[in-house]
Structure formats: C-alpha cells, structure tokens
Design a protein around this ligand. Structure first.
Ligand SMILES: Nc1ncnc2c1ncn2[C@@H]1O[C@H](COP(=O)(O)OP(=O)(O)O)[C@@H](O)[C@H]1O
Ligand SMILES: [Mg+2]
Length: 261
C-alpha cells in the first residue's frame, strides 16, 4: 500500500437556492483514486472549478467525504473519530494562494512563527527567538526582520512566511494549493525551488496544486490531471508533460503560452 492512498473518493455538495437545498448535488470530486509515495511530490492540475481545492480539503480532513476512503500509512483517516483527527491535524499543513489573506496582519512575523512552532510542543520563552530565526533562515528570510508585520513584506516574502508557518509544526504532509498563482512570474520559480528543497530536506510528502501544467511539471514527480471532479490522466511528470494521452491534457498543454509564440 502507498503512503497516501485515496480510493473512490467523492465529495458531493448539495445545491442550494433561496429556499434551501434543491435535492440536487454538485459532484465536486467524483470517484477519485490516487496514491502518493512518501517523500514524493504529486502535482494536481486542472482548470478552475474542477475540484482541486475540494479534493485537497478532503485529504487534509477539513472536508467530509461523501464516499470512498483516504488512508495514510495504511490507516483509514476517513473512519477516525473527530478527536483523533484533531490530534493529527498538525501532521497536515497547507499553503494557500494568497499569503496576505492567510497571515494575521496584527501579528508580527515573530508572533506568527512562535505560535506555529509551539503548536507541536511548548517552547520556553528564551528559546523562541532562536527557533524563529532558524525557521526564517530555512525559508530564505533574514531573521533581522522578525518583528515586522505582513504588510512590510513583498508577496514572495509573505509566501515564504506562510511556508515557514506551515513547516513549523513538522508536518508529514504539505499541501500547497496554487501557492505561486498570485506571484510575479520572476518570483514563482524561487518559491517552487524552496518548496522542492524543503520537501527533500525535511522528508515531506507534498501535493502541489496549480491550474498551470508547466508550473506543476517544474517540481512534481507525478502528475494527476483533473477535470470535472475526475482524474483523467496520471503518470510521471515527464510522461504527462511530453507525451500526454488524454485529449484534455493535450488541450491544457496547447493553452500554455510559449516564448516562441
Ligand atoms: N462549499 C461549497 N459548497 C458548494 N459548492 C462548492 C463548495 N466549494 C466548491 N464548490 C463547487 O465545487 C466545484 C469545485 O470547486 P473547487 O474545489 O473550488 O475547484 P478548484 O479548486 O479546482 O477551482 C465548483 O463547481 C464549485 O463551485
Ligand atoms: Mg481552488
């Protein structure tokens, strides 16, 4: 069995109108089976609205699934009681598209990261500065800025802070949902390199989501292509990128702007 294994996972949202639910459902995730090996990066790619974020919330145990199973190291997470899920929550961390929205503007970077570090185990007060400094250096930020606030940083630096906060509790699984989509192209590859290095150095397993196949190809070991809630193609990153089988993947590739165009 793989490290992370999804079998026949579906998430259906009830359709609502002004008067309540209509009895119909949106099949946001529709019978998805996927596996990820420990230490690997799975790229999940597809157009907006295809169900990527819903699937990622399901894996993170933030969204109940309608059917199927999600197993981590052979243990069926979907069958665990809520209390057990809370206990394991630190093992699953996320990085989102908009670091400004996900960072508290009233907290200094020190406050945000010290809190994240002490979620796993309480840090004695006098060790906090050193631990925060080490964490900042790990994500390429200068510790001398630890008492600054989110608005004093650039978009790329804020995403580094969000990544530092995510790795602080030493998670096993990192899920990055469109982490570079809001950043300047010139900054994107720096953040992708940082995520790749951290995955390798910390022995993380990562699921990386993007609507852009070339971004996913840059760092993923395997790629799953999602369309209307379903996985329409899966393979090694190179085979999906260079020899796509599904017509849908071929269209996604054709839509990527190239320098020669
Ligand atoms: N909380 C929700 N309630 C009802 N429908 C939702 C909810 N979240 C997402 N959806 C719908 O589920 C589908 C998949 O959305 P989402 O997972 O956000 O896709 P993506 O991340 O690929 O853009 C969309 O049709 C979206 O409108
Ligand atoms: Mg999304």
């Amino acid at each position: 069995m793989s490290y992370l294994e999804l079998q026949h996972v579906s998430v259906h949202y009830p359709v609502r109108n002004t008067w309540g639910t209509t009895g119909e459902f949106v099949r946001a995730v529709d019978d998805v089976s996927l596996s990820v090996e420990k230490g690997q990066i799975l790229g999940l790619v597809g157009e907006s609205g295809c169900g990527k974020s819903t699937l990622s919330r399901a894996i993170m145990q933030l969204q109940p699934i309608t059917s199927g199973s999600i197993c981590l190291q052979g243990e069926n997470l979907s069958a665990l009681p809520a209390r057990e899920i809370r206990r394991r929550r630190l093992d699953f961390q996320m990085v989102f598209q908009d670091p400004y929205a996900s960072l508290n503007p009233r907290f200094s970077i020190f406050a945000t990261l010290a809190e994240a570090l002490s979620r796993r185990e309480k840090l004695p007060r006098r060790q906090r500065e050193d631990a925060v400094a080490e964490l900042m250096e790990r994500v390429g930020l200068s510790p001398e800025h630890m008492y600054k606030y989110p608005h004093e940083f650039s978009g790329g630096q804020r995403q580094r802070i969000a990544i530092a906060r995510a790795i602080a509790p030493r998670p096993a699984l990192l899920l990055a949902d469109e982490p570079v989509s809001a950043l300047d192209v010139s900054i994107q590859s720096q953040i992708l390199n940082l995520l790749t290095d951290l995955t390798r150095d910390l022995g993380l397993t990562m699921i990386f989501i993007s609507h852009d196949l070339s971004v996913v190809h840059y760092l993923a070991d395997h790629i799953a292509v999602m369309r209307r809630g379903q996985i329409v193609e899966y393979g090694t990153a190179d085979s999906v990128f260079h020899h796509p089988q599904a017509e849908y993947t071929q269209n996604l590739l054709a839509a990527i702007p190239r320098l020669s165009d």
